[in-house]
Design a protein around this ligand. Structure first.
Ligand SMILES: [Fe+2]
Length: 382
């Protein structure tokens, strides 16, 4: 980690509920809109409740540098869609294959993702998260190809991923699909301890996943479930929601900056029913009760800023574009995000009683004319 000055612009709170599609050139308007929100209630710090929490509480503070930078990529869609025979195309995949042949292979380009990865390497980001859709139609051949992309982006210690709906386009045995990415998906040892004995015993692929990195807790949710043809819905499910509520509560007690990763936008009404999260209401109710410091998603292929109500403070919600989009539609042209995160301890410009972490967003944008990746908007989220 390194010390870096955060942008000075401050947003006091997020108006809730609000969901904004942030197309090109509208960020200033968004910032102004967000700035209108009411000042949040001061948060009263609580002592950690359990022994595990005490350990996490201490670990979250020991040796902590002031600034932690998290990179966010999404919707890689850079794997070849080349079935060796027509057999795998039976069923829903044939529609996805046709879409790829007609349009998507021109939109999603591996050279664009290469450019973003090369740029990311120069940023010195402490950690990288990828919010799903590493594949296109979940062909068996796409999963090892996507693993190669993950390895190209970084080691499993530095990169955390979750699956998206295209990674569950149809039902594929775990052994030849998500298991190939397991080292990027699973909880770390501290996360397994927090999740409980069942996950610790199996060390398997369970969601939510929990990884502790610096002051952050990266909490990965899977909303990736197969859906009917022409639909791209997602679902978290009751079992995952129950574990999520407990673990977010424990991580709050531990003083962690809880970054929730999910492929589908969590806020109800963000997308049409055909593409939405079917249990968004339940997830939002959970977040309203236990909170989170930041929610990151993909799926929309557009930059998107929104917020959800939390118990003490509004929760910023940020959606990233596809990391391979060539920009035939400029508002979808590839970008990735950098979040500069530091504790709000009332010093260095922080606000006493404000959200426990200050988070600023920087965008890095692909330029389809030059092929370069350049600095785009910067916005203080909280
Ligand atoms: Fe996608």
């Amino acid at each position: 980690m390194r010390v870096r000055a955060a942008p000075r612009r401050t947003i006091h709170a997020w108006r809730t509920p609000v969901a904004i599609d942030a197309d090109m050139g509208t960020w200033q308007g968004i910032t102004a809109l967000i700035s209108e929100g009411a000042r949040p209630e001061p948060r009263v710090p609580e002592a950690p409740r359990t022994r595990a929490c005490v350990r996490l509480w201490d670990a979250a503070r020991c040796g902590e540098s002031p600034m932690f930078t998290l990179a966010h990529l999404s919707d890689l869609h850079a794997t070849p869609v080349e079935p060796k025979s027509p057999l795998p195309l039976l069923g829903k995949r044939v529609l996805g294959w046709l879409s790829w042949r007609v349009r998507r292979h021109r939109v999603h380009r591996p050279e664009v993702l290469e450019a973003l990865i090369a740029d990311l390497e120069g940023t010195g980001a402490d950690q990288v998260v990828i919010t799903g859709d590493m594949t296109n139609i979940s062909l068996a051949s796409e999963f090892p190809a996507a693993r190669d992309w993950l390895r190209r982006i970084g080691s499993p210690e530095r990169v955390t991923a979750i699956p998206g709906n295209h990674d569950a386009y149809v039902r594929v045995p775990r052994q030849i699909s998500w298991d190939l990415w397991a080292e990027y998906l699973v909880s770390d040892a501290a996360g397994r301890e927090l999740l409980g004995s069942e996950e610790r015993k199996t060390e398997g692929l369970e969601f939510p996943s929990v990884r502790l990195r610096g002051p952050l807790a990266l909490v990965g949710i899977s909303s990736a479930v197969p859906s009917l043809p022409l639909r791209a819905t997602g679902r978290v499910g009751r079992a995952q929601l129950e574990r999520l509520e407990r673990v977010l509560g424990e991580l709050a007690d531990a003083g962690r900056c809880r970054v929730v990763l999910i492929h589908h936008p969590p806020d109800p009404g963000a997308l049409s029913a055909r593409r939405s999260l079917t249990d968004a209401e339940e997830l939002c109710g959970l977040l309203r009760r236990v909170g989170a410091e930041l929610v990151l998603h993909g799926h929309t292929h557009r930059t998107r800023l929104a917020s959800l109500p939390g118990p003490q403070h509004p929760i910023p919600v940020v959606g990233a574009r596809s990391a391979s989009d060539l920009g035939i539609r400029p508002e979808k042209c590839a970008r990735y995000h950098l979040y500069d995160i530091e504790r709000n301890d009332g010093e260095r410009g922080g606000e006493p009683g404000g959200p426990p972490f200050r988070i600023a967003l920087r965008s890095r944008a692909y330029d389809p004319v030059t092929g370069a990746v350049v600095s785009a908007e910067e916005t203080a989220l909280c």
